[in-house]
Design a protein around this ligand. Structure first.
Ligand code: ADP
Ligand code: ZN
Ligand code: MG
Length: 488
């Protein structure tokens, strides 16, 4: 029997406002701030304090909901979700339950199978919890509580169970991350825990209309862990069913080193939380005019940008997708294209996603922080297009630009790297080369034509890499043809 995976995602994304969701404490960088420096009686859960909604967080949430094509509720309700955990000092989390901020959205994803629309069930606002760190000291284990994160605005984005493979799951999560970054509401810094993913996975016989029992994998914070854990879980469930064992509905963790999902607790139901409306907060009413104002201020989003890049620059969907994923990369690309008027946009795309990306990866720098401006990058490519330097020289020049911040033009003239296209000079290089390698020439004349590649390399070497390769190729072909003619 063949099985089909069914997956729905719950994604928690922090809204990176200046202050927290219900108090004036700052939202601080978890990797930089000392523990417990951004805490007040409200977010520490002291009795008798009053929460006040952060308007900016609501605006950010509406931005996301609109970008996901959701219907925004004119009135939504904050609720208390009651549970005990050492990092939850209040004993409850303020969330939204029965009346969330937004419902019925959609998100388009691209995979190797093409485009697909995934339905979004709901988008609601809540607050983040504190963070526990477990340490060993003097042979005893301790748990340390940091409340810097307690009360940071959090958005929960829940999809319908429309995903059918680990590849789709990854594409969905990556597209969503990209949108959050475009909207400027979340850095997308997964290692810092600002975006956490929880896939719900089930399988069913192909052709079946009903869903199988699902498991939920908690708190994944990398795409690699997401893809691996979903793949693992699909295989585990199929195997159990084949063995005649039921899939148990439960919450699982992902053990990265063993590459396995591990049971955490049996699944609690909503009624365990005893949700009730938060008595200290009035219903959240959003005016239609405000929604329209926010809608009008939305930037061009990844999907629209991919379509525009394909049209305007003649790029393939794949190329456009690679450039558009990061807003800063897309901006860099467009500025470079403008600075290189004779160069095809396709060539700029290739150099950006090839040579420049590999320098970025080696240096681990984000594109905003590199010393090569998009204009300098464009001017470098112009020099190639205009035949002033060849491709290989340009690669070396780019590396030097990257390391020193110098202009291509300056590096080329300082180091005498200009490409040589002078026909007479190249003709003399070719005939010198043929004179120096009579054996290879005679092998060539006996019919082993691949030797001409090797001879081409020798001519380029003689020119210290600076000869125009097109002129060299033409001249080499011409002289070899003449020799062949003469040998008949
Ligand atoms: P909760 O996990 O809080 O109970 P829901 O019941 O709303 O929340 O479901 C959460 C997620 O699980 C949603 O993304 C939904 O699409 C997904 N889901 C629901 N049923 C299944 C199923 N049988 N298989 C896979 N995913 C499912
Ligand atoms: Zn506070
Ligand atoms: Mg859940």
């Amino acid at each position: 029997m063949e099985f089909e995976p069914v997956i729905g995602l719950e994604i928690h994304a922090e809204l990176q406002t200046k202050s927290k969701m219900f108090c004036a404490c700052p939202v601080v960088d978890p990797t930089e701030a000392e523990p417990n420096i951004a805490v007040c009686p409200v977010c520490a859960g002291m009795p008798g304090v009053l929460p006040v909604v952060n308007q900016k967080a609501v605006e950010y949430a509406i931005r996301v909901a609109l970008a996901l094509n959701c219907e925004i509720a004119p009135t939504s309700i904050f609720a208390r979700k009651n549970y005990f955990y050492p990092d939850l000092h209040k004993g409850y989390q303020i969330s939204q339950y029965e009346q969330p901020l937004a419902v019925n959205g959609s998100l388009k994803i691209f995979t190797s199978k093409g485009e697909k629309t995934i339905r979004i069930r709901r988008v609601h606002m809540e607050e983040d919890t504190g963070k526990l760190t477990h340490v060993m000291k003097n042979g005893h284990s301790h748990s340390l509580v940091d409340l810097n994160r307690a009360g940071v605005p959090l958005l929960e984005i829940v999809s319908e169970p429309d995903l059918r493979s680990a590849e789709e799951v990854r594409a969905y999560a990556q597209t969503l991350r990209s949108i959050l970054r475009y909207l400027g509401v979340n850095s997308g810094d997964m290692q810092k825990g600002v975006m956490r993913i929880e896939p719900n996975v089930s399988v069913r016989p192909v052709g079946s209309e009903t869903f199988g029992t699902r498991t939920e994998i908690k708190n994944l914070n990398s795409f690699r862990a997401l893809e691996r854990s979903v793949d693992y879980e699909i295989r585990r469930q199929i195997e159990r069913i084949r063995q005649g064992k039921p899939v148990i509905q439960q919450t699982l963790g992902w053990d990265e080193s063993r590459g396995e999902t591990v049971p955490q607790r049996s699944k609690e139901d909503a009624h365990d939380y005893r949700y009730f409306p938060e008595p200290d907060l009035p219903p959240l009413v959003v005016e239609p005019a405000w929604i329209e104002e926010i809608r009008a201020s939305l930037p061009e989003l990844p999907y629209a940008k991919v379509q525009r890049f394909r049209q305007q620059y003649g790029l393939s969907e794949y190329d456009a997708d690679v450039l558009v994923a990061e807003p800063a990369v897309a901006d860099y690309y467009e500025q470079a294209v403008n600075a290189a008027p004779d160069t095809t946009p396709k060539m700029v795309a290739n150099w950006l996603s090839g040579e420049l990306f590999s320098l970025l990866n080696q240096s681990l720098l984000p594109i905003e922080e590199i010393r090569v401006s998009p204009q300098s990058f464009g001017r470098l490519l112009q020099m190639v297009t205009q035949g002033k330097i060849n491709q290989n020289t340009a690669k070396a020049v780019l590396e030097e630009m990257f390391n020193t911040g110098k202009e291509a033009q300056d590096i080329v003239s300082e180091r005498g790297l200009s490409q040589i296209s002078d026909a007479d000079y190249i003709a003399s290089l070719v005939s010198q080369t043929l004179d120096q390698h009579p054996e290879q020439v005679s092998t060539y004349l006996k019919g082993k034509e691949t030797v001409s590649r090797w001879l081409f390399g020798q001519v380029m070497r003689l020119s210290r890499g600076q000869a125009n390769p097109h002129v060299v190729q033409q001249e080499l072909d011409r002289q070899l043809a003449a020799l062949k003619e003469a040998s008949h």
